[in-house]
Design a protein around this ligand. Structure first.
Ligand SMILES: [Zn+2]
Length: 460
């Protein structure tokens, strides 16, 4: 299998180069050097794992770089929507990858993780690797969602189809080789842990999750080792992040739609924490689902809250069901896993983190939060490229960079309070000085008055 993977890796670039009309210009646009960027995602790395478990290697990574403790991701908090938001800066309703399972009524097509290669689903947005290649750069990807799809007629220059048998080490070896020999300016690497075991055990199983997260941290240790070995550790910028968190589920927290409605009256397009319902009769099905279960909210598409940035797409089904945290929506029966994600993106348990290291980043700096859509403008800044229209903001991320002047709100408040205290102290000092000086003048004044008083009778 390893041999198959290696052969695949070797052969894919040549086929892509011709298929994507790649210009073959690997030199920098203009003559100045642009620092390469490596983007790494560990699927399902919940932000507060960092507080609960030990990560000596990740700690080493961000101690010499930056850490953003929580990333507010996009709804729904699933793998494909959020990985596409990272590389486009768009909410799901704008980039079109709304879930891991979708149906588009306008063309009668279905999307699933197994059949995701049709560019139709991805072409509403332009991911960063496509923009870079359009400028003449080459890019590499190790299984990052979408990189093996011909988006705007172009896959990532070097890419590989998803293959869970390929180890993290092999993925790292491949991308670091292309970065270190100067072939590519940007590489994106995807790894499926701790999501896979997080689903099986649930995040509350600390015994098993300790082992899983130790393995993830060992992989980060390997990444650091490899970056050092290839002289990339201090010469490229590296971002480690994730798509979403994970929460504990239970056989006792299942919502069975069959208990509320006949399953012949609708098609279940997606299920889990969020269910997408394509009904035969919208009002009839909605009336049966809206009071189906106290831990599930039913929304008509247009009534979905604006803050979710989800409803403005034809791929959103007429009825969307959202379960409370830890509950799962199924048609019938039980569940085969104890952890899940996809819930409301306001929930902290759904949030991942971000760490970054390299010449552009500050050292030993911690930041409390930013949005997942802010990663894209940050990456565009690092790669000195024009942003495509997006929902993120570079201003949210600029504090991470050593070149940017940055004062946070608490620092501004601190400075204002400090200046006010200084002014108050100075005012008090001036008043006290005046009061102390005053008594030495009074006797003299009185003496003058007394002299005047004495003189008056003589004049009379
Ligand atoms: Zn998952």
């Amino acid at each position: 299998m390893m041999l198959v993977c290696i052969l695949f890796w070797i052969f894919v670039p040549s086929c892509c180069l011709s298929a994507s009309n790649f210009t073959g210009n690997s030199s920098d646009a203009g003559n100045h050097f642009i620092t390469p960027l490596l983007l790494v995602s560990f699927d399902g790395f919940r932000a507060d794992y960092l507080k609960q478990y030990k990560f000596p290697n990740l700690q080493k990574f961000f101690s010499d770089g930056v850490l953003v403790e929580q990333i507010k991701n996009v709804f729904i908090t699933k793998t494909f929507p959020n990985h596409y938001s990272i590389v486009t800066g768009l909410y799901a309703e704008s980039h079109g990858i709304l879930a891991n399972s979708m149906y588009d009524p306008t063309v009668n097509k279905t999307f699933s993780l197994q059949s995701s290669f049709d560019p139709f689903w991805w072409n509403d947005a332009t991911p960063i690797w496509v923009s870079l290649q359009q400028k003449g750069f080459k890019t590499a990807a190790a299984m990052w969602p979408g990189t093996d799809v011909k988006i705007h007629n172009m896959t990532s220059t070097y890419h590989m189809h998803y293959n869970k048998l390929m180890t993290f080490q092999q993925r790292v070896d491949n991308v670091t080789k292309l970065l270190s020999d100067g072939t590519v300016k940007f590489a994106a690497l995807y790894y499926e842990e701790p999501d896979h075991f997080g689903h099986i055990y649930g995040p509350d199983n600390t015994t098993e999750m300790t082992k899983v997260l130790k393995q993830v941290d060992d992989n980060i240790g390997y990444l650091i080792e490899k970056l050092n070995e290839t002289n990339l550790w201090n010469t490229i910028n590296t971002i480690i992040t994730s798509d979403h968190g994970m929460t504990q589920c239970s056989q006792q927290r299942i919502i069975q739609l069959d208990k509320c409605i006949n399953n012949s009256s609708y098609t279940l397009v997606d299920s889990g924490p969020v269910a997408a319902i394509l009904p035969l009769n919208i009002s009839l099905v909605y009336s049966k689902l809206k009071n189906c279960h106290p831990n599930m909210k039913a929304y008509l598409k247009n009534d979905l809250p604006d803050r979710l940035h989800y409803k403005a797409s034809p791929r959103v089904q007429p009825i969307i069901l959202i379960a409370d945290e830890g509950w799962l929506i199924v048609q019938s029966g039980g569940i085969d896993h104890l952890g899940d994600h996809g819930y409301d993106n306001d929930l902290p348990s759904m949030h991942p983190f971000l760490a970054a290291h390299g010449p552009a980043f500050r050292k030993g700096y911690k930041h409390s939060t930013m949005n997942i859509v802010d990663i894209y403008p940050l990456m565009c800044h690092l790669l000195e490229m024009q942003e495509m229209p997006n929902n993120g903001s570079f201003s949210h991320a600029k504090c991470l960079l050593s070149s940017q002047w940055c004062v946070s709100l608490p620092e501004v408040l601190g400075i204002v309070i400090g200046v006010l205290m200084l002014l108050t102290a100075l005012t008090c000092l001036i008043i006290l000085t005046k009061k102390r000086a005053a008594p030495s003048q009074r006797p003299f004044a009185r003496l003058e008055l007394q002299e005047d008083d004495d003189d008056d009778p003589l004049l009379d």
